[in-house]
Design a protein. Structure first.
Length: 559
């Protein structure tokens, strides 16, 4: 099967939506929905995945971009969750996605001489032990001078010593897109900009859904033997469609991150520090640092959570308590806000709500999964597919995704071991090949072919020089991007990595992809204008004092 998600693929898939009854319809194109589509397709089932916006357009593109066990959950004595997550971290690093998931170092500054080193050290040692086979290096205890050698940006008096440990990181949006492409390679039909507007019923049983193609406005009745809802913070919307009360509900917790240039902090490692609510990370991200996160209730627009001035101030105040040269708002080149879908509970504090997941069948034929962590998406996907296929007969295979590499993994290590040779064969600089391998793995060969056919695509994108033209074109020809925002925000991270939020790059990218997406001059201009409006709305929200005013400012600016 082809994993090329171009316009021809989408048009053909849409045209055949109503042809036959399928085995599984998955609703929601975040990490769990894409994972469920791959899990079901790899078992040999006939699967369709529909997403109302773009792959990972919600929570799954707005995380801390970490694949980790959750060191703080050890304090909550949630050993099972940490063990499960660390097992998944090892699988992703070593087998499933070594091209997309990479080790990352963190320094845990200590501020009390004896008891804290013993307490935190014991926790990190347990963390390493629960991680099992060595997917990342073991932790090390450091003196104050040893810690400052790794992180000269820290104040001398901000720590008495430190513990260095390792986790892993991922470009969360690209990972979801690669999951969807891998599912397509295994036979699944995967579609963005397709919204479920209602459920099909036969008596009380759900037998499919009405799906609207948002690009044309046409509706289709998709019949399915089982329907899986993996809609995250939109779970309660699916609840309303059923007309019955779900056994669980989802509560939204907002997490905000800021992005600053790499040269602004003189460090060779990430940082993790305690806050009064949970923890704050400083995470290396190519030419930048990601700093976050917050953990607060959000009661407004689920599609567009906004970072307020209060959120930014909270992050700056906490990180500056460690830094010799404090960061200011002027150092920030990007911000983003995401909503965690937490299983609701009695606690009024979102930081204390469970990160466990739950699966339910509120009405016959509809299977809902909610909660969980990005890192454990594969387990969540297998659990909900297991529930959905119970009524499909005994011939359905068990989950095989533990042994299934994602697109781009096969051949990646060999290319990585011979970067100079690969660069010579491709006729590209070594640094360009390193960049492409880290984003595409072995399918970087596709981009080499694009460049061979059009050498102009080797050049950096004006206004976003860390990316080359071939990446923008590939987003449209292979990765399912339908709109400019898909490319600037999720296929690349230009929207948060350059100070103007991608406004200059937008026009250049639109011109590159217009022929591949069938845009005329009017449509091209409209895409650029829509992206610019979105940026203005987010910047307006960032100036607002709190969530209510940030949401209102975003809405006013977006009109």
């Amino acid at each position: 099967m082809s994993a090329r998600l171009d316009r021809a693929y989408r048009d053909d898939a849409i045209a055949h939506l109503e042809d036959t009854e399928i085995d599984v319809l998955v609703v929601g194109g975040g990490i769990v929905g894409a994972g469920a589509a791959l899990d079901a397709a790899a078992r040999g089932l006939n699967v369709t995945l529909v997403e109302a916006r773009d792959w990972a357009a919600g929570t799954s593109s707005r995380s801390s971009k970490l694949i980790h066990g959750g060191l703080r959950y050890l304090e909550q004595l949630d050993f099972a969750l940490v063990r499960e997550a660390l097992k998944e971290r090892g699988l992703l690093l070593n087998k499933i996605a070594p091209h997309l998931v990479h080790p990352v170092s963190f320094l845990f500054p200590l501020q009390h001489r004896v008891w804290e080193r013993a307490y935190i050290g014991a926790g990190v040692a347990l963390y390493d032990t629960l991680g099992g086979a060595r997917a990342v290096p073991m932790h090390k205890h450091l003196s104050r001078s040893g810690a400052l050698e790794l992180a000269p940006a820290l104040k001398d008096d901000a720590l008495t010593g430190a513990i260095r440990y390792y986790d892993a990181q991922v470009d969360d949006a690209r990972y979801v897109m690669m999951l969807a492409r891998t599912a397509a390679k295994h036979g699944a039909t995967v579609l963005t900009r397709t919204r479920v507007t209602g459920l099909l019923r036969e008596g009380q049983r759900v037998i499919g859904a009405t799906v609207m193609d948002l690009e044309t406005g046409r509706e289709y009745n998709v019949r399915a033997r089982s329907v899986i809802s993996a809609t995250g913070v939109w779970t309660d919307e699916m609840n309303k469609m059923t007309g019955v009360d779900f056994p669980f509900h989802v509560r939204m917790s907002k997490g905000v991150h800021i992005m600053v240039p790499r040269e602004r902090l003189n460090m060779n490692t990430g940082i993790i520090m305690r806050t009064e609510k949970s923890v704050l990370f400083v995470i290396p991200w190519e030419q930048h640092w990601i700093i976050g996160t917050t953990d607060t209730d959000w009661a407004f627009d689920k599609d567009h959570p906004a970072a307020s001035a209060a959120d930014v101030r909270y992050i700056l105040d906490h990180v500056n308590s460690l830094l010799k040269e404090p960061l200011t708002e002027d150092d920030i080149v990007g911000t983003y806000a995401g909503l965690r879908p937490l299983l609701s509970g009695a606690s009024s504090d979102t930081s204390k709500l469970s990160r466990e997941h739950a699966v339910a069948e509120p009405v016959p034929g509809l299977f809902v999964i909610a909660g969980g962590k990005y890192t454990t998406y594969r387990v969540m996907a297998a659990d909900v597919v297991n529930a959905a296929v119970e009524g499909l007969g005994s011939g359905v295979a068990d989950s095989v995704t533990e042994h299934l590499p994602l697109l781009g993994a096969a051949g990646y290590q060999e290319m990585l071991a011979d970067i100079p040779g690969v660069a010579k064969d491709a006729g590209l600089p070594v640094e360009t090949v390193e960049h492409l391998l880290g984003r595409y793995g072995a399918v970087a060969k596709d981009l080499f072919e694009l460049i061979a056919r059009d050498p102009a695509l080797r050049h950096p994108i004006p206004g976003a020089e860390d990316y080359i033209g071939a990446e923008a074109v590939y987003s449209a020809t292979h990765e399912g991007a339908l709109h400019l925002d898909d490319i600037l925000t999720r296929r690349t991270r230009i929207s948060i990595e350059v100070a103007d939020r991608g406004l200059r790059a937008a026009a250049a990218i639109a011109e590159l992809v217009a022929p591949h997406l069938g845009w005329d001059a009017e449509r091209t201009a409209a895409e650029v204008n829509r992206y610019c409006d979105r940026v203005r709305a987010e910047l307006a929200a960032n100036e607002a004092r709190d969530d209510a005013s940030a949401n209102a400012a975003r809405l006013v600016a977006a009109r």
